[in-house]
Design a binder for this molecule. Structure first.
Ligand code: NAD
Length: 252
């Protein structure tokens, strides 16, 4: 799929002129890093149906079973590296054009790419939390030889991520709503925008007057009523082209 050069130019101008730019990212931005999203074909989700494994009820009922999936996901995450989409966002932040990234991902790839202000809406796979005493552990300090891993108090450890059925971490939720509520431009990248309440953030931004621009391989439920326009294509291709265009405008 070729990149629409006119839309890239229009978006680059919008990035340069907006009072504040915020990116909302979903699993699609990490697909080119080798981490499959929920919807595309293949990989880990053929073996583990997310609806069966990614709910807090499933975890509480059978942590050993869910940990088998988490362990496999974990080794995938350990191998993955940021792709040009993550890197371009980090560069836009460094240049002063991007204020923050609100991500639904738990893969730490924005931070690995150098993004400084990352709001982890669905928590992080880098830390584990005890279901009994809430003690936190760094992922590396916990051995996964026997599943489920346990706390020194013998409570089951859970990755500090938001399973379906769990609330959004209070601080991240508040911050993300604030970012959405006072930005001038929101880039919505690689999300199908069906997981609530993350999918409400573009509507919050739009209601507050922001322009919403989607970057996705395909249209989503936002495209028709919420987004001003969509840049169709892979996130790495589009964001790299956008970065190059912003740099070119700056030089001209
Ligand atoms: P999703 O799987 O529902 O949708 C992914 C979206 O990305 C789709 O609209 C798809 O068209 C688009 N997409 C796929 N590849 C793309 C590419 N190369 N370039 C641009 N767009 C691309 O993901 P979601 O909306 O984020 O919701 C699923 C939930 O599961 C979220 O909480 C998500 O973060 C989580 N999850 C996270 C990871 C991760 O941390 N990397 C992986 C899988 C799921």
């Amino acid at each position: 799929m070729g990149v629409d050069k006119d839309l890239i130019k229009k978006t680059a101008q919008a990035i340069r002129h907006a009072k504040k730019v915020v990116a909302l990212t979903g699993a699609g931005i990490s697909v080119e890093s080798g981490i499959p999203d929920f919807r595309g074909p293949a990989g880990i989700w053929e073996k583990f149906d997310p609806m069966e494994y990614a709910t807090i009820e499933a975890f509480s009922a059978n942590p050993k079973k869910v940990w088998a999936m988490l362990k496999e996901m974990g080794s995938l995450l350990e191998k993955s590296k940021p792709n040009p989409a993550h890197i371009s966002l980090a560069k836009l932040e460094e240049m002063g054009y991007l204020h923050s990234v609100v991500t639904q991902n738990i893969d730490n790839l924005h931070q690995a790419a150098g993004s400084k202000r990352v709001i982890e809406f669905h928590g992080s796979g880098q830390r584990l939390i005890c279901m009994i005493c809430s003690r936190m552990y760094e992922r590396q300090e916990v051995k996964l030889d026997t599943l489920p891993p346990r706390c020194s108090c013998n409570g089951v450890l859970k990755p500090n991520i938001v399973f379906f059925g769990e609330p959004i971490p209070w601080g991240a939720h508040l911050e993300a709503r604030e970012e959405a509520g006072n930005c001038g431009l929101m880039l919505v990248i690689g999300t199908s925008a069906v997981v609530s309440p993350a999918c409400d953030l573009p509507a919050i931004a739009k209601r507050a007057g922001a322009t919403i621009v989607e970057i996705n391989l395909e249209e989503t439920q936002l495209t028709r009523y919420i987004s001003a326009w969509i840049l169709k294509g892979s996130a790495s291709l589009i964001l790299h082209a956008l970065l190059m265009e912003v740099v070119a405008i700056e030089k001209s």
